[in-house]
Write a protein of this length. Structure first.
Length: 219
């Protein structure tokens, strides 16, 4: 579990295609704290397991499912990535609950780069649009953000402060760039529950009953 507060920006040092997916070697970019093999690290929104570690670098292996759902397969040597280590029980939840399970890839469609009012517009895949809520949370390339407004074409705006731009890769997320999206797990839970209840009600003219509640996961 993460909270979407990026701790460091690293750079890809090497990529190696393998039968099972892709191996990445990343400069840890000043990421501090003890990190051991088997630990979880969020790489631009994707939770990966450390398979090799030394003082300056971390190595990971991404399987085909991860590559299909994210932008990791397009990374090249020199590309910057957002890094965050997993939360501990003693850390404050400054962002929101982030699992590192990317739901899909969006595309930046516009950027208003006024340093005092920077706004980035992202188009979400159609399957994810029901989870977009004004003033709700969304994770973009591993960064916890608040949805400032929604467009009518599946787009949403986020407002980025200088601190966020200086600490993440979002300063380079210009129009045309593909970004990893993770929708808020609480919103996903509510939407999926309501959908199941709606389906149950269609099949049962009695409306909400104990049976429909059980089918919806409440009992």
């Amino acid at each position: 579990m993460f909270n979407g507060l990026v701790q460091a920006v690293g750079r890809v040092l090497a990529t190696e295609k393998r039968d099972a997916g892709l191996r990445l070697k990343i400069d840890r970019g000043g990421l501090t704290g003890p990190i051991a093999t088997g630990d979880s690290v969020c790489i631009s929104g994707v939770c990966l397991t450390v398979v090799e570690v030394d003082a300056d670098t971390l190595a990971f292996e991404a399987v085909a499912e991860t590559l299909d759902r994210s932008t990791l397969g397009t990374l090249g040597v020199g590309d910057r990535v957002n890094l965050e280590t997993a939360l501990t029980a003693s850390q404050p939840l400054g962002g929101h609950f982030v699992q590192g399970h990317v739901d899909g890839v969006g595309e930046v469609t516009a950027v208003s780069d006024d340093p005092l009012a920077w706004r980035t517009t992202v188009r979400a895949p159609e399957a994810l649009r029901d989870y977009l809520v004004p003033k709700g949370s969304v994770t973009v390339d591993g960064v916890s953000l608040t949805i400032a407004s929604l467009g009518g074409d599946g787009t949403f705006d986020v407002a980025l402060i200088p601190e966020t731009l200086g600490r993440t890769t979002l300063d380079a997320a210009l129009a045309g760039r593909r970004v990893n999206l993770e929708m808020d797990v609480l919103t996903k839970t509510v939407v999926q529950t309501v959908r199941r209840m709606g389906t149950a009600q269609k099949d049962n003219d009695a409306g909400v009953t104990m049976d429909t509640l059980r089918e919806a996961g409440f009992a």
